[in-house]
Each structure stands twice: as C-alpha cells, then as structure tokens.
Design a protein around this ligand. Structure first.
Ligand code: PGA
Length: 238
C-alpha cells in the first residue's frame, strides 16, 4: 500500500478549509495510506474528519519556554502519527542542519511519531554528479546512533531540491537509481528495510510513470495536494 503524504506548507485559509476537507473526503483512498500534514492549527479539523495526520515540523526541545514551537509530545497528544523533518525549505529558510534534524528525529521517536525525513541534492550537486554522496551523508548524519528497532519507523522522502515546486521533474531512471541506492545502503549498514517516498513536482500527469518504479513506497505531495480535483485524478491512478 503506497504512503501518500500531503504537505500543505503555509497554505489554505480558514474560510477555505471546509470546502477542501469535504472534497478530500470524497477522493479514492481505500488502497493507499493517506496522511495529511496541514498547518498545525488545522490538525484537529482533519482528525475529526477521520484523516491520519502529521506535523510539518517539530521542536528539537522537549517542552518549556520556546515561543512559537510545537513539541513532539503535543503532536502525539492530539493524535499525529507522522511528522515531516528536514524539508529543504526548513534547511534553506530556517537554517536547519543535520544536527537539529537528528534531535528532532529523536524527539519524534521518543513520542512514537514516525519521522518523514526529507533528503535531496541541489542542482549543482546533480551537475557535479555527487547526488548520492550528498544524500547518503544527509541520511547518515540524521540517523546516526538511532537504535535499529527505531530505524524501521523512519520514512525517507527523496526530494531533489531543484524539483520542489519548480515543475522540473527528474527522469524515472534517475529517481529509481537514487531510491535503490538509499534502500540498499541502509539495508547493508543496518539490516533494516526502510520506506522511501519520492517528492518534487509530482502531478496527476507524471504519477503513472512514478508508479512503474516498484521499489517506491509512496509520494510526498506539495502543490498538487492543494488541488482536490487533481488529487482525485492522482489517487485514481494509484
Ligand atoms: P511540490 O512540493 O510537490 O510542490 O514540488 C513537494 C514538497 O515540497 O514536499
């Protein structure tokens, strides 16, 4: 069953929310695991309508005087099952490095929330043909020291930074090669089978091609997740 994660980012106003939820509730989702990651203020709304939800971000601190932050315990206490960490927008605009991401993963695992760890190369890494090296370094630093028992709960989202929100889409061979490298390397080093998603300009048009990559465990969807008509087209093809 494919894991399909919707990353709303900082979108959808409150007066648009009911229309969105009503439409999303109608799409075909019996054969997928759908996870909605809305803005935190809407998490309960989605939970009330029976959706599985995840956070888009979490504090690396446990609790206390950290204005504006949300803790893993708070996410857990309202019923979140997953949380995205290390998204390239957080790395870029909020200076998140692998050390911070590592701490966030530890907080999530300690609260039984499954981290969705985003990794990916930028365009210059791709041109220099060092994508795999960059990605495997990101993963190694982020999961260093995490016990094997917990590793299986981590999901990796491979998102080429240059493909996110850009409409640029890698070749299927390129994606398959990188996903295979991630899975094989983690299996070799830890013995653990880890789920790997693809994200970056996924659409209702290119989803069929992605479906031909059978080692892919699902998708992380940004822009397309905001358009319920396109979401409906997309999930019909899964
Ligand atoms: P996109 O975003 O689908 O709009 O490219 C994906 C993401 O940022 O997770």
């Amino acid at each position: 069953m494919k894991l399909v994660v919707l990353n709303h980012k900082m979108n959808i106003a409150y007066n648009e929310l009911d229309t969105y939820i009503n439409a999303l509730a109608c799409i075909k989702r019996d054969n997928i695991e759908l996870v909605v990651c809305p803005s935190d203020i809407y998490l309960l709304k989605f939970i009330e309508r029976g959706f599985v939800v995840g956070g888009q971000n979490v504090s690396f601190n446990e609790k206390g005087n950290y204005t504006g932050e949300i803790s893993a315990l708070q996410l857990k206490s309202i019923g979140a099952k997953y949380c995205i960490v290390g998204h390239s927008e957080r790395r870029k605009y909020f200076d998140e490095d692998s050390n911070i991401i590592h701490r966030k993963i530890q907080m999530l695992l300690a609260n039984n929330i499954q981290p969705i760890l985003c990794v990916g190369e930028n365009l210059s890494d791709k041109e220099k043909k060092i994508s795999k090296k960059v990605i495997m370094e990101q993963i190694a630093l982020s999961i260093d020291g995490i016990p094997k028992d917990s590793l299986k709960d981590i999901v990796i989202a491979y998102e080429p930074v240059w493909a996110i929100g850009s409409g640029m889409f890698p070749s299927l061979d390129y994606i398959a090669d990188i996903v295979d490298c991630i899975k094989t390397s983690i299996k070799q080093v830890t013995g653990v089978d880890i789920r790997v998603l693809y994200g970056g300009s996924v659409s209702d048009e290119n989803i069929l091609g992605l479906q031909s990559i059978d080692i892919l465990d699902g998708y992380l969807l940004g822009n397309v997740s905001l358009d319920t008509k396109k979401m409906s087209n997309l999930t019909e093809k899964l």
